[in-house]
Design a protein around this ligand. Structure first.
Ligand SMILES: *Cc1c(COP(=O)(O)O)cnc(C)c1O
Length: 387
């Protein structure tokens, strides 16, 4: 096997249109703070149906300012899932809020609305559901809970651009959330290198997010307390430099032009995996809940490692030797040393999340995979599980 034959679990898909788009920005007047940013934001609004969009330097930055925009008080609480990337809860800690966790649903691996409700206290102010692997969380139920208790919702849709729920409503429309955050890291569905975006239908949140993205500074005369001249700007809040560049935004637009192709190809691969793996012992394929149409970011299998007489480590090393990259999504955040020491989380608290974590393995899934590569993955996984 040659080195070039290695199949990573995730990879960007870049074509000539992407190269042309980036080149034309490099040859233009603006590398940042130029016209490509708004064009990218408009395109995201068009795709999601949201009224407003704020492009940011990455989804972590987006989550940080989305929480900040809510203006909560230190010590107040937010609830998210333990089965996600650490950024989903770190955004609460950045804002001096307390991250709390609620267990996942056994089938979808998304946060369980009932468990959210059980963990609500009088300090709870925000819920951060994650659209795990691309499939939207149970947003309708979560919105009912949020409305009932007067909570805000920030949907972490880092995995889910191009997905719909329910019945064709695009993730990011903010029908069931106050803000939705996307990631454009290279392993995600579309990429800008690093990058992210927040959508919202709330004009006040939109204004606040724009302010926080760029140092808390405004130059818009209708937002300033005075306007003595053309040099003048006002810093009205403690913001950040979380801007995306025009180079990245142009890449984002040309990537979005391929979103339906990306979705179709990811779906084809998922169907192929499902068809083969559904009849293999000791494997559980991803569950798709009714009303959901996932633009799959991850292909997550549950594997009964004990029953196939291997550890997960053995399986991952064996596959690596065969040129197949795999990953684990995710180690429960509540197991992370920082969370255990700072927020007192403990191993053994979340039964469904731990059961899931012990068995999970993510297989290669990206639009550039060839049918031959997909077959190679299928053959090797099947062999490992049946011998
Ligand atoms: C990737 C990811 C993030 C962070 O995205 P970045 O753009 O890398 O900052 C946040 N949440 C989830 C669920 C992710 O998978």
């Amino acid at each position: 096997m040659e080195k070039t034959d290695f199949i990573p679990y995730g990879r960007q898909y870049i074509d000539e249109d992407d190269l042309t788009a980036v080149r034309s920005v490099l040859e233009s007047d603006f590398l940042t703070q130029g016209p490509s940013i708004e064009a990218f934001e408009s395109k995201i609004c068009e795709i999601t149906g949201a009224r407003y969009c704020v492009a940011v330097s990455n989804a972590t930055a987006g989550l940080h300012i989305a929480v900040a925009a809510l203006g909560l008080k230190p010590g107040e609480e937010g609830i998210t899932t333990p089965i996600t990337f650490v950024a989903s809860s770190n955004c609460l800690a950045y804002n001096r809020l307390i991250p709390r966790f609620a267990d996942i649903n056994d089938h979808t691996y998304c946060i369980d609305p009932q468990k959210i409700e059980e963990n609500i206290t009088n300090k709870t102010k925000v819920i951060i559901p994650v659209d795990f692997a691309g499939q939207a969380a149970d947003m309708k139920k979560i919105k009912d809970i949020a409305d009932h208790y007067g909570l805000k919702i920030i949907e972490d849709a880092a995995h889910a651009i191009g997905s719909t729920y329910p019945e064709g409503i695009p993730v990011g429309s903010c029908t069931y959330s106050d803000m939705t955050v996307f990631s454009f890291h290279p392993v995600k569905t579309i990429t800008t290198g690093e990058g992210g975006a927040i959508t919202t239908n709330d004009h006040d949140l939109f204004t606040k997010l724009r302010l926080l993205r760029s140092h808390g500074i405004t130059r818009e005369s209708n937002q300033m307390t005075e306007n003595p001249g053309p040099w003048y700007y006002e810093m009205q809040d403690l913001g950040f430099n979380y801007r995306l560049t025009d180079i990245q935004a142009a890449l984002g637009i040309s990537q979005l032009n391929k979103l339906s192709f990306f979705k179709r190809r990811r779906r084809e691969i998922v169907n192929k995996y499902n068809t083969h793996f559904s009849s293999v012992l000791n494997l559980k394929i991803p569950f798709e809940a009714p009303g959901h149409d996932s633009c799959f970011h991850l292909y997550v299998l549950q594997m009964e490692f004990e029953k196939i007489n291997r550890t997960r480590k053995d399986v991952m090393y064996e596959l690596r030797e065969l040129g197949i990259g795999t990953q684990v999504h995710y180690i429960p955040i509540t197991h992370q040393p920082y969370y255990m020491t700072t927020f007192g989380t403990k191993k053994g608290t979340f039964v469904a999340a731990e059961h899931y974590y012990e068995r999970t393995i993510s297989l290669p899934l990206h639009p550039g995979l060839t049918d031959g590569q997909v077959d190679r993955v299928i053959q090797n996984i099947t062999r490992i599980c049946t011998k």
